[in-house]
Each structure stands twice: as C-alpha cells, then as structure tokens.
Design a protein around this ligand. Sequence first.
Ligand SMILES: C[S@@+](CC[C@H](N)C(=O)[O-])C[C@H]1O[C@@H](n2cnc3c(N)ncnc32)[C@H](O)[C@@H]1O
Length: 287
Amino acid sequence: MAQDGPASMNLPKVAVDWEDTPKAAYSVFESRTAQNCAAYLLPALQSLKDANPRVALLDVGAGHGSISATLARLIPEGHVTAVDINPDVIPRAKVIAESYGATNISFQAGDIHKLPFEDNTFDVVHCHQVLAHGKDQVGALREMLRVTKPGGLVASREGDMDSEIWWPQTPGMQKAHDYARMLITAHGGGGCSSSGRQLLSWALEAGPKRSQITPSYSVWHFTEKEDKERWGGGMLNVALAGHVRERAVKAGVKEEDLDEMREAWKEWIERDDATLIMVQGEVLIRK
Ligand SMILES: C[S@@+](CC[C@H](N)C(=O)[O-])C[C@H]1O[C@@H](n2cnc3c(N)ncnc32)[C@H](O)[C@@H]1O
C-alpha cells in the first residue's frame, strides 16, 4: 500500500478537485507526448507493432490526451482507447487528437479501478501520473493487468514529488513544495507523493513475478524559460489561485504564506539560474 514520506511543513489537508482545473493549467498537461513521457515504453511498443501492426492500446487517466494522441500516431494501423474518470475532459481531448491528426483513437469515461472492458482485451495498457492520485494503486494495477492480453504489456509512469529538488532554495520555494505535496496527498482522499519509488513495489504486490517487470527511472527538469512558465504558471494559476486557494485558506493555510509562495514561483520563473528536478518511476509489466 502507499506510504507517505516525511512532511517538512505542518499544513492542513485541502481537498482539491483537479477535474475542475481551469484552462490556465492546460499547457502543463498538453505539452506531454509519448516521446517525452513514455520513452521507456516505445521500444517494446515497436516490437509489438513489428509482430502485429494492429496494436490495441488503452490509455487510462488520459486527461487531455496529448500522450494518447501521440501514441496513436505511432501505431497508425492500431487503435488507442483513451479513458478518464472525468467525462468533461473528453471534448478537449478530441481537439488535441485532431490537432495531431490522430484518427485511430476513441474516448470514453471509465474508472481505473473498474475498467469497462472484458479480460484480455488490449495489447498495451498504459497510464501516466494517475496512480499517484488514488488510494489503491495495487488494485488499479491488477485491473490494468486484467484487461491486458497474455503476452501484452502494462506500462505506468509516476512522479515522485518527495524527490523534488530545486534552486534557488528560498523559504518561499520550500513552502511551495510542501503545499504542492499536501495537495497531492489530500487528493481523492489520499494520493501519494512518493509514487515513483513505490511503483515497483506496487507492481510486485499486484501479482507478477519480478522477472516480468522492467523498472526504470527518468528525471523531469524544468530549467528552460518555456518549461518554467508552464510548471510555475500551473502553480500560480491553479494551486495558488481560484477555488484551490479558497479551500486552502478555509482549511487554515495562511494568506501570507500563499502570497510568499506566489512571489517565490514568480522569481523562480524569471531567474536564469532557477531549476526544478523530479524523479519519475516507470514500470513495464509483461503479462
Ligand atoms: C495528472 S492527470 C494526468 C493526465 C495524463 N495521463 C497526462 O499525463 O497528461 C491525472 C488524470 O487521471 C484521471 N483520473 C484520476 N483518477 C482516475 C481514476 N480512478 N480512473 C481513471 N482516471 C482517473 C484524472 O481525471 C486526470 O485526468
């Protein structure tokens, strides 16, 4: 089961409705592609495609679907089914798919804990940064395995917020990290801020033998101005604004701390020497 790491600031928990994410946050998600978020999967996907080009791929928790659409472009004779628990993301995901010229893709609502598919349906079942937002990661992986064909692949990549390091190390950035971590662990009644390091453990608990699992780790960094504007902008416009901020204040987070975090993010976006680095855990499970 998910275990929490240590917290360095004693913040009250704030329930966040990420599904209500304002448009300002779109670019954080929509810059994601199969190439920059699922590179660990691509060689195995190519091998499956070489054996049978009609690859059936399920992307769970697809969100705005830029990873789903770019995966679809890689398997033109195959098909991607993009599923999200929140049906409201589907219209935007369709726009993104069109912008990539991906036509071999369909969208539907569905819960990773109860996928609306028969056993052994897909060659590949993928999720990116979805398990961190729930409580039962092992159950979710078991469900992904259930709908995967024998010989097929489950692929998952999860961030590890507790591994984050950043520069400059100002007090405001430390508070901003603690606050973001609190939002993740409060989500859905208990998300996980150390998913990247626990992913292999969850995969083993889900049932496969160690020899069926290929773990890997990659590093996210936000150092170029454009990337910092996206990430820091997401923090400024979502985590530290609107309904999320209102709920934080109601839960007891001080306005002056929230303002200090906003100033810290603005400075971080502007400074040429600023950076933020986070480990991503990845597993490929052969069923
Ligand atoms: C951080 S976003 C990641 C979206 C996308 N995979 C990406 O990386 O751009 C998490 C997504 O998981 C979805 N989600 C959360 N819980 C889910 C569940 N139980 N079943 C399916 N999707 C879920 C959310 O609605 C959201 O779109």
